[in-house]
Design a protein around this ligand. Structure first.
Ligand SMILES: *[C@@H]1O[C@H](CO)[C@@H](O)[C@H](O)[C@H]1NC(C)=O
Length: 191
């Protein structure tokens, strides 16, 4: 439930899942919300009976549970006051390949630039806490189509060169033998 609420805060588009279910009045309807942005402030609702210093962990799931992050500690006794989350999405060939997520202390420069955010984290009675999440796309190592073709041509050319040089060496050997054979009868006999 907590995770759903967290994901809900990324809201730009809302969609309903599970349309071929029979519902009656008052039933729970599974709901998913999705959003797209590079840096978002994710409101973390107050868990029941939360006390300052308690650990709070969140987990992210991407591409329909294909990639699930470990549980990430974003609030706790041993963390500095304001955390931010860095999420690295690696793509190769138009597909999401991996997701890495890590929690960091908000750098001083950013903390200075966002005094409201800092005061909201410091204020024990202010909820939800705004967790900054930064999403970064990185291109994974990938052999592009044209590079692969170029590599293939280079390999073929090298192979051809090897075959030709072998053929040439063998030709020279044969030619030398032929010249010797042709020259042999005309050589004066040493008698
Ligand atoms: C702390 O947060 C509460 C709830 O948002 C607010 O009413 C109160 O004024 C805040 N206190 C300070 C010192 O900002």
């Amino acid at each position: 439930m907590g995770l759903l609420q967290l994901l809900a805060s990324l809201t730009l588009v809302a969609g309903l899942v599970g349309t071929c279910h029979a519902y009656s009045l008052g039933d729970f309807v599974p709901t998913a919300r999705r959003g797209q942005f590079q840096t978002v402030s994710l409101p973390i609702p107050k868990p029941q009976a939360f006390r300052p210093g308690d650990n709070y962990k969140i987990q992210f799931s991407f591409a329909g549970d294909q990639f699930v992050t470990p549980w990430l500690l974003v609030m706790g006794r041993y963390l500095s006051l304001v955390s931010y989350l860095d999420v690295e999405l690696t793509h190769t060939g138009g597909e999401l390949r991996s997701v890495r997520a890590a929690v960091y202390d908000l750098p001083h420069r950013d903390a200075a630039a966002h005094p409201l955010l800092v005061s909201q984290w410091a204020n024990a009675s202010h909820w939800p806490k705004p967790l900054l999440v930064q999403y970064r796309w990185v291109a994974g190592a990938e052999v592009r189509g044209d590079h692969a073709l170029l590599l293939l041509f280079a390999a073929a050319a090298a192979l051809l060169g090897l075959v030709l040089s072998n053929a040439y060496r063998s030709y020279r050997r044969h030619l030398a033998a032929f010249v010797v054979a042709v020259a042999a009868p005309t050589q004066p006999k040493a008698d």
